[in-house]
Design a protein around this ligand. Sequence first.
Ligand code: NAP
Length: 281
Amino acid sequence: MTSKAFVAGHPVDHSRSPLIFRHWFERYSIDGDYQRADVPPEGLADFVAGLRAGAFVGGNVTVPHKQAVLGFCDAIDKAAAAIGAVNILAVEAGRINGSNSDWYGLLANFDDRAPGWDEKPGSAIVVGAGGAARGVVYGLALRGFSPIRILNRTAEKAAALAKALAPGIGAELQGFALTDFTALAREAGLVVNTSTIGMHGSRFADLPLASLPDTALVADIVYTPLRTPLLAEADARGLRTIDGLGMLLHQAVPAFETWFGFRPEVTPELRALVERDMGLT
Ligand code: NAP
């Protein structure tokens, strides 16, 4: 029988996850199906309750449900608890297990694109304090980065996020305003943008990379466009850079393995397929 999975979000039309999962079904000859489910916030409780009947082996959860869905799970893994967000649901004997693979996607992408990037973990800057910043901070802390400085347009949100994440994370977390970047950059070996800036031509009004050390690595989790203005500026300064597309691809690996019992590979072929579909190349 075909094993079915889904991605639930609102809106969800833009999700490339079906493309990724269908590529793997074909490549590994797995009898699977993966579809989009547009679930408005007021419909989330009923949607999750309906999963208990077993029509799906599980599914991904995306914006705006990643935090709200926590409350509907019967159990969540350690990472989801620390991060405060779930992006994978697995249905097992009528129970809903929630887990999180955003942090894994980030780390696997960094390992792939910049081997050795975490050999001397020190101070890191995470720009943005929204949903995506949570998994990024968790992942960097796992690899030993500390202090992790969260810089946000709204400084209060950065401080609140640092406080909320601190209990489950073995790193010193601090919240700052975006305008503190220059003062903090001198010590930072790594900068990760998790804000929406960079999408569709937007750029930071004032995020000067000049004071970063020459050895710094600059990464963006925004992948539309692939080469964001931040990455272009870092390239121009001769810094190492990593784009965000690999994070999207790698975060799907644990989900696929959970539902279909097979660990798929992120290959250049898959990356090219998604780039073509998005019109990125
Ligand atoms: P979110 O929860 O809505 O957070 C948005 C963040 O962007 C907030 O920190 C917000 O600051 C900041 N921001 C928005 N407009 C800004 C502006 N004009 N100037 C400065 N900061 C601004 O979004 P999210 O879910 O965290 O997602 C953020 C980005 O990450 C999106 O582009 C998403 O596509 C991408 N993403 C990529 C992956 C991947 O796999 N590569 C995974 C997840 C997310 P305020 O708090 O001040 O509003």
